[in-house]
Design a protein. Structure first.
Length: 394
């Protein structure tokens, strides 16, 4: 908000003319200077009057896959008592300006506009707010104000259909049984009673001992519990074009395909990142995949001679947590060409995870491995889906 270059020049010239006219007793110069000063003052008062606009927006839909259509609908209503003249409005969508014509609006009337949201690339696209600029007819003053809320459109990775799923590992007192054909419910732990729990699950003996109701927690041990570990280290995806690592985008597509396939089969699945973001751990898996970016391990510097050690330390820390927590029994590690040397580290978890599979996305050739986990080399997400369905063992 402020004077334009033309308005600033006119104000300086008018002040100089007014001062010269008064100083040297030239009334003509003083009149010109006074007229210029009055013109600038009137335009400031006219343009500074802010219209009362109510802006609402709706994203339809607000979550899409790459390439799917999405539109943003805007409604601008005049909540004031005076007519609003034609305004120059601009909306921001994914950092790009979108012109929004706001014609003359009578009090209580509204106007609508919709436009396409670019979904060619995965990511979280902020949209808004609407910025309305008021200018005077002479172009001396411009006032810009933001109206309405902002919205977010999440573009998820492309999902490729998967038909094969791991068979799972059923535990029993007699040992581990793979490929159990029917589900089984097994006692897992005790927890405090909460309103809504079934009374038949109350463990009365323990409740009497501790003095409060305790409920049995059961798990289905025959179903596979899939853990998808996405390698988002920048060193794992070194090849980039226009700032985008194709191998990382393919890895995100593979992770999204696994998560969706597990959901469709009613299988428990956990999505983890090698370098997690603390502020997004509670988001749904697909939303996390829309927002995930390549990350350097903490403390890494481009000129640091130990960058490779820091990358390895970040992965080792994550694998250590996986070994201790054991959130599942089937581990799928998705990495890029720069993570081929870490296949052995992931394979060392076979003692804690009966099924371990490594997917190397963006691979130009097969990954040399000794006896260890199953390794799938794929150039993109579609190739990974085909290789996944063709895998005969887990």
């Amino acid at each position: 908000m402020g004077l334009t270059a033309r308005g600033t020049g006119l104000l300086v010239a008018a002040t100089a003319l007014l001062g010269a006219g008064l100083r040297f007793a030239y009334p003509e110069l003083a009149v010109l200077g006074a007229a210029g000063t009055v013109a600038v003052g009137q335009t400031v008062l006219a343009a500074a009057r802010t219209p009362r606009l109510v802006v609402s927006r709706t994203a339809d839909p607000d979550r899409v896959a790459v390439g799917e259509p999405a539109r943003m609908a805007l409604t601008v209503r005049n909540a004031g008592r005076l007519r609003v003249g034609s305004l120059l409005a601009e909306d921001r969508c994914a950092g790009r300006p979108v012109p929004v014509p706001v014609l003359r609006l009578r009090p209580g009337r509204d106007t609508g506009l919709s436009y396409d949201v670019p979904t060619r690339r995965r990511g979280v696209l902020p949209v808004g707010p609407l910025r309305v600029t008021r200018r005077d007819p002479l172009g001396l003053y411009a006032a810009t104000r933001a109206y309405g809320p902002t919205a977010v459109v999440r573009v998820h990775p492309r999902v490729h259909p998967l038909t094969a799923v791991p068979t799972g590992a059923g535990r029993s007192l007699d040992g581990r049984t793979d490929g159990v054909p029917h589900g089984s419910i097994t006692f897992d732990s005790l927890r405090e009673y909460v309103v809504g729990d079934e009374l038949r699950r109350v463990h009365w003996r323990t409740s009497a001992r501790v003095g409060e109701l305790m409920v049995r927690e059961n798990v289905d041990t025959s179903l596979p519990r899939i853990v998808v570990l996405l390698d988002n280290r920048a060193a794992a995806h070194p090849d980039r074009s226009a700032g985008v690592a194709a191998s990382f985008e393919a890895a995100c597509e593979a992770a999204a395909s696994l998560v969706v396939a597990a959901f469709r089969q009613d299988l428990p699945v956990v999505l983890l990142l090698v370098c997690p973001a603390d502020d997004a751990t509670a988001d749904p898996p697909l939303d996390r995949l829309a927002a995930v970016t390549l990350t350097d391990p903490p403390g890494r510097r481009p000129d640091d001679a130990t960058t490779g050690d820091r990358d390895g330390a970040a992965l080792d820390a994550t694998l250590t947590r996986l070994r201790a927590d054991r959130p599942g029994d089937t581990l799928v590690f998705l990495t890029g060409p720069g993570g081929r040397d870490d296949v052995g580290r992931v394979g060392a978890l076979r003692g804690a995870y009966p099924s371990v599979l490594v997917g190397v996305l963006g691979a130009a050739g097969p990954t040399p491995t000794a006896a260890g986990p199953v390794v799938l080399d794929a150039v993109d997400g579609a190739a990974f889906a085909a290789a996944w369905d063709a895998t005969g063992r887990w």
